[in-house]
Structures are given as C-alpha cells and as structure tokens.
Design a protein around this ligand. Structure first.
Ligand SMILES: C[S@@+](CC[C@H](N)C(=O)[O-])C[C@H]1O[C@@H](n2cnc3c(N)ncnc32)[C@H](O)[C@@H]1O
Length: 301
C-alpha cells in the first residue's frame, strides 16, 4: 500500500512535470484535503499507509491540477484575512493582495475616529459600508468580522457569486449584517428596501474586475480558463469600470466618507485623475508587497 511520503513524492513529481506553479504546496494541499488532515500530521506520519480509495482520489486531483484546474477549486477553499472561504468556479479566488484593501479601509476608519476625538478602535457602530463586486464575499465578510457593529451592502452582477458569498457570510456568522444584492455596481436590479434606502455610505470598498481583455492570452491557464471572466476582465484595457465606480461612489458616499479601491498592475495612471478635487480629498496610494500600486483611497468632500 502506498504511504504518505511516496504519495507526496509522486504527486510533486507529476505537478513539477506539468509546470504547475508552487507544485510542492499544491501536492501537499491536495493530499491534506483527501486525508482530512493538517500539515503537522502530514510531516509527522510519512510512513502512514494510504487507503487505495484515497490514493485514487488524490491522483485524480493531481491529474486535474496538472491539467490546469486551480488547487482552490479542487479543495473548494481559500484563506483570506485569516478566515476560510468557500470558493467555487463562480467566484474569484480571493488573493492575498486584496488584504491591503481591508488594511487601508480599517486604517482610514481609525483615522476618522481619531480626528473626531473618539477612541481609535471602532466597533463600526452606526457605520454603513458597501462592497461592490463582492464575489466570494471576502471583503465584506473580513470587514464585518473586524467591525462587529457595522452594517453592509454587498453587490455583485453575478447571482451565482452572491449565492457563494451568502454561504460564506453564514459560515462566519455575519449574514445578519450583510445585505447581498444583485446589482450593476451600486444600481440594484430590484429596489433596495429599508436599511440602505436611500443609499448613503460611510465606506465603499471594491476590488473590481481590472484585467484587460487584450492581456487574456498572457494569463496563466488556471486563471483564464477557470475563473469567471466577469470577475477578471474590466474591458479591453482593464480599467474601464473605474469611472462609473468612482462616479457612483461620489454620489452615494456621505461627506467625509471613504472610498477604497483595489488597482490592477497598471491601472493607477487611468484611475488617479478620476479622483478630482471637486469631489475628493486625501487621495492616497498603497503599494503591495511586490511594490505595485495596489490600493487607492480617497475621502469624499
Ligand atoms: C475581481 S472580482 C472581486 C471579488 C472579491 N471582491 C474579491 O476581492 O476577491 C470582481 C467581482 O465583481 C463582479 N462584477 C463585475 N462587474 C460588475 C458590475 N458591473 N457590477 C457589480 N459587480 C460586478 C464580478 O462578478 C466579481 O465577483
């Protein structure tokens, strides 16, 4: 019978052969998934035999990963902001760089509290927050965990994505504070009732689709062929959605409200001029760990 060490070695070799990025990590995650174990166990039990049915399942997943399916689609999960999110092919797999959106949003809210002479930490009491293009729900849910008294509107153009986001909100016990709505940016498909009517927010955050269609041929196959195109492509150039996003945000933010947007790797020159001085102040850009301008934030005048 195959043991853990041999299965891992064989899986790693197959993924390396197929040119899969981070092949060792992928083979480990798939084996952990099949065995229902954690990493510590894996390395403490190299001689543990693997049942034939588990070995078959594992090598089936290795084959699918080698053919291009993302590891997260095979395990149905991805960690974001220390929380585990369900992911399916209907949502973008949350990316680590999107955590900068959460950091910037929390920093800006804390700064607002200090300026108002209130304690730096806030529970979010009374705050209305919107997450536009919520996908898996990761931004709204991470913020809801950090701000346990805030209320949220989370929109997406994709009903299938919203179904996943709602399950993630329930999993993290914040579903009662997030109103998930099918909408084109902030324009709902059906009228919004009660809590957010009229729409007026203290914070709007968004990680919009920002890849250019003309970049599609150069995308890794696990992205281009497996993640939803509505989540990836913002238009031919990529930055096309930002103008509407910023105009609608200007309309729906309270005075002193905060806008936090994730940027594509070359979006900054197209996006920064849209935050004009008639409507916006305190414009700031945050680089990601790779030094790419990743988040732009501004305050509504
Ligand atoms: C880049 S993904 C971000 C998902 C998630 N917020 C995250 O950070 O992982 C963009 C999301 O916006 C949604 N979307 C695309 N166009 C939209 C539009 N016009 N209005 C609302 N949502 C839209 C997509 O369906 C997708 O879920």
């Amino acid at each position: 019978m195959l043991n853990v060490r041999a299965a891992l070695k064989n899986g790693i070799a197959q993924l390396r052969e197929a040119d899969v990025a981070s092949f060792t990590l992928a083979a480990e995650l798939l084996l952990l998934h099949v065995l229902g174990r954690n990493r510590t166990w894996l390395y403490a039990h190299p001689e543990e035999p693997i049942a034939d049915a588990d070995a078959q399942r594992y090598f089936d997943l290795i084959g699918r990963r080698a053919a291009g399916e993302p590891t997260q689609h095979l395990t149905s999960k991805q960690e974001f902001w220390g929380l585990e999110f369900e992911v399916t092919p209907d949502v973008l797999i949350p990316r680590p760089e999107t955590e900068h959106v959460i950091e910037v949003a929390l920093d800006r809210l804390a700064l607002r509290e200090i300026r108002a002479g209130r304690p730096q930490t806030t529970s979010g009491e009374g705050l209305q927050i919107a997450d536009i293009g919520t996908g898996s729900g990761c931004i709204a849910i991470a913020l809801a965990k950090e701000l346990p008294a805030a209320n949220f509107l989370a929109t997406d153009i994709s009903p299938a994505a919203l179904a996943v986001a709602k399950r993630n909100a329930s999993r993290h016990q914040v579903a009662d504070r997030i109103d998930f709505r099918e909408a084109n940016l902030l324009v709902p498909h059906s009228p919004l009732a009660t809590r957010h009517s009229p729409l007026s927010f203290d914070l709007i955050a968004s990680n919009p689709p920002y890849i250019g269609r003309r970049e599609a041929p150069s995308l890794p196959v696990e992205v281009r062929d497996h993640e939803p195109h509505a989540a990836l492509f913002g238009g031919e150039e990529g930055y096309e959605l930002y103008a509407d996003l910023i105009a609608q945000s200007a309309h729906h933010l309270k005075s002193g409200g905060i806008l936090v947007l994730e940027l594509g790797h070359s979006s900054l020159p197209a996006v920064q001029p849209l935050l004009d001085t008639t409507n916006w102040t305190s414009v700031g850009v945050t680089n990601d760990l790779a030094g790419i301008p990743r988040v732009i934030a501004a305050e509504r005048l």
